[in-house]
Design a protein around this ligand. Structure first.
Ligand code: FNR
Length: 364
């Protein structure tokens, strides 16, 4: 059930699939005979210099993988000097994450039905010292995740008989969940305390999905948030232009890892078009399907300033544990990325350009 929640996408998972195929279709042309003995990977973004041009994407319900995942990812981000974004559907509070990762924590905002909650989340993030706010705009309605429906990973939880049988074979995991009280949505828990202990599913949905979110609301948020504002979930070049015009500092070109609209193009297909549309007016972050250092280079050569990575961080925690997992993943990604840079004849990240992308006939 947990693997399906993490791995799955919307509908028939054609967008999920397409993200990978389209990334694989980006071919980078090597450059021979260049001296690349010194190769640097740092990237400046929103006033910070990060060790690598990638960071950890916001994921909700991360505690389902292992108790303490959000905090562990935040700590790993500090050790590696990369950013970590806490989700509104996070299982650790904003205040706690800001304490653990004061310089590296970003906050991802879901705009729910109640503007008072949006405002309060913004105030909490501000007070906690967070400097980058990602406002997710690609969830006007929840994605239809068939695997979750089949497994009964719904609100409230209705595990299927197969899931219950599976859980019976994994007592350590069940114990961990029971002990940790997971998956408790700690980030937004304060908004339930005055109500019932176990909020009804519709209350939670109203707090984390954003059917009312429009440009006027985004502008209102822009006025309230004086830090860096990034609009997450842009695929349309016209939306990218509008985000730049309304004063966003950045956008994340993303289809939510194929979890929302299962008819959407791959994020990487839209990236060069969006870069062309907005020029250098705003920072462009990219996610959806990045699985290697090569992919990071593919995205940067296709127009991104920075890359976010979601699922692999959860897999790393599942495979190797809370600390060793993300550390090893970051090590693998950075070594692969350095290797790719050298093959492309680049001594630094800023040298990755669209000329590195070999234009062939589309293979999709
Ligand atoms: C997500 N994503 C996400 N995005 C967001 O803005 N808020 C959220 O709470 C979540 N939750 C979430 C849960 C899980 C399990 C996944 C896999 C993803 C989307 C995430 O931030 C990012 O856009 C994608 O994960 C990027 O794709 P990859 O790297 O997972 O392929």
């Amino acid at each position: 059930m947990v693997f399906d929640y993490v791995e799955g996408g919307a509908g028939r998972e054609s967008t999920l699939d397409r993200n990978r195929k389209a990334l694989d279709a980006v071919r980078l042309l090597p450059r021979a005979l260049t001296d690349c003995r010194s190769c640097h990977m740092q990237r400046e973004l929103f006033g910070s210099t990060y060790a690598y041009p990638f960071g950890i994407a916001p994921v909700g319900l991360a505690n389902l993988v292992r108790h303490g995942t959000d905090e562990a990812l935040a700590r790993a981000a500090v050790r590696a000097n990369i950013p970590y974004a806490l989700s509104t559907a996070g299982t650790t509070s904003i205040e706690r994450i800001a304490k653990v990762a004061p310089e590296h924590a970003w906050f991802q905002l879901y705009v729910g039905e109640d503007p008072a909650i949006t405002d309060d989340l913004i105030t909490r993030a501000k007070r906690a010292g967070i400097s980058v706010l990602l406002v997710t705009v690609d969830v006007p309605a929840p994605g239809k995740r068939v695997r979750d429906l089949v497994n009964g990973l719904t609100l409230p939880l209705r595990p299927s008989p197969a899931v219950l049988a599976d859980a019976a074979r994994r007592p350590a995991w069940v114990l961990q969940m029971l002990r940790g009280g997971a998956p408790r949505l700690e980030t937004i828990a304060p908004y339930f305390r005055d109500q019932t202990e176990k909020p009804h599913a519709s209350q939670i949905a109203r707090r984390v999905s954003s059917p009312r979110l429009d440009w006027a609301e985004l502008e209102r948020i822009r006025c309230k948030w004086h830090g860096h504002l990034v609009v997450k979930g842009i695929l349309n070049p016209d939306d990218a232009i509008r985000a730049a015009e309304m004063g966003a500092d950045g956008i994340v070109v993303s289809n939510h890892g194929g979890r929302q609209l299962d008819a959407a193009p791959a994020s990487i297909e839209m990236l060069p078009l969006i870069r062309k549309a907005v020029g250098d007016r705003i920072k462009i972050l990219f996610d959806s399907g990045v699985r290697s250092g090569d992919d990071v280079a593919r995205a940067l050569s296709s127009g991104a300033d920075f890359v976010l990575i979601g699922r692999p961080f959860l897999y790393s925690v599942a495979a190797l544990g809370l600390e060793a997992g993300p550390d090893r993943l970051i090590e693998i990604l950075s070594l692969e990325f350095a290797n790719t840079l050298v093959h492309l004849g680049c001594s630094g990240v800023e040298q990755l350009r669209s000329e590195h992308v070999w234009q062939s006939e589309p293979v999709l």
